[in-house]
Design a protein around this ligand. Structure first.
Ligand SMILES: Cc1cc2nc3c(=O)[nH]c(=O)nc-3n(C[C@H](O)[C@H](O)[C@H](O)COP(=O)(O)OP(=O)(O)OC[C@H]3O[C@@H](n4cnc5c(N)ncnc54)[C@H](O)[C@@H]3O)c2cc1C
Length: 281
């Protein structure tokens, strides 16, 4: 068994500046050793520790889909020590990836269901992974209707703009992109906060409809009552937590909430599970 603390060596293949403030960059990595890509087999919803030599490790959600081969992708917000060093790295630089870590969205339960993806800001990363996974031709028939409600502060703060435009053109996914505000006369999508757009566009829940919600705490706080009103039971609302963590494998105790280690038992929980946990997230 591979030592869980040992990262796989990777090189940076591509860097994409996503947002107008230049604080969000997407990195595509290639594994340096043959066989490592297969060993790093992951599911949509998992995360990895990105390891910058001499600086440290940070947990980041995997933004690529397991159906995308030849690279693994992450989108990183520049907030502090490690993420700032990563933002200064260039194509060809070598670093490490440790994982895949944590649980994932419950695809065995989600198959055969209507899926409502609700995302805000840069928490859209594992949601992109999920959308690509569900839209894969071999997978699309496994899911019923797919709705995506995704919001950012301004048009320039949206991630993955080219893909959003592509998904907008498809008739097998219902896109509801929104921004808090814009003075762009050419903006052709919604204006309004994510909870408001959810109220307007999300389908009422039946037993076959699940919502996956990822975003800043304020978005989640105001989206949850909307989903309650639409009839979503709390085991039909799936969330991913971003607690501070270190080891990523349920040993160090940095991220635990009560008995649950967010890194190992999570980061994905249903709202029904979160309701039974201390409010430390
Ligand atoms: C499961 C998981 C998935 C994540 N996915 C992503 C992702 O896809 N993209 C992304 O950009 N970020 C993601 N994050 C958050 C990311 O891990 C932190 O922003 C990162 O660890 C900051 O490291 P740093 O060394 O750059 O900052 P530091 O120098 O450690 O800290 C800078 C500032 O950020 C605060 N901070 C650090 N970590 C967190 C945290 N987890 N929550 C709240 N505040 C924090 C610190 O208190 C400090 O104020 C994820 C976190 C988790 C646990």
């Amino acid at each position: 068994m591979q030592n869980p603390y040992l990262p796989y060596p990777v090189s940076i293949n591509q860097v994409i500046t996503e947002t107008e403030d230049r604080n969000l960059k997407t990195y595509k990595f290639a594994f340096l050793n043959s066989g490592d890509e297969d060993r790093f087999a992951y599911h949509a919803g998992q995360f990895a520790e990105l390891s910058v030599t001499g600086k440290g490790e940070i947990p980041i959600g995997i933004a690529s889909s397991p159906t995308e081969k030849g690279f693994v992708m992450f989108t990183v917000n520049k907030v502090g020590l490690v993420s700032s060093h990563l933002h200064n790295m260039r194509v060809g630089d070598v670093m490490g990836i440790r994982g895949p870590l944590g649980n994932w969205y419950p695809w065995d339960i989600l198959e055969g269901k209507n899926i409502v993806i609700i995302g805000g800001g840069f928490a859209f990363t594992t949601l992109r992974s999920s959308i690509i996974y569900m839209l894969e031709p071999a997978n699309r028939s496994k899911f019923k209707d797919i709705h995506v409600i995704y919001g950012a502060r301004t048009p320039g703060m949206l991630l993955y703009k080219d893909e959003l435009a592509e998904w907008e053109k498809r008739d097998d996914i219902n896109m509801h992109i929104t921004v808090d505000a814009t003075d762009d006369p050419d903006w052709k999508y919604n204006v309004g906060f994510v909870p408001t757009i959810t109220e307007q566009k999300a389908p009422n829940a039946d037993d076959d409809t699940y919502a996956i919600v990822c975003g800043p705490p304020i978005m989640i706080k105001f989206t949850q009552p909307v989903l309650d009103d639409l009839g979503y039971k709390h085991d039909q609302i799936i969330m991913s937590l971003e607690n501070r963590m270190k080891c990523g494998i349920g040993i160090c105790g940095h991220c635990n909430i009560g008995k649950e280690f967010v890194c190992k038992d999570g980061p994905v929980f249903t709202l029904a599970q979160l309701n039974h946990m201390p409010k430390e997230y």
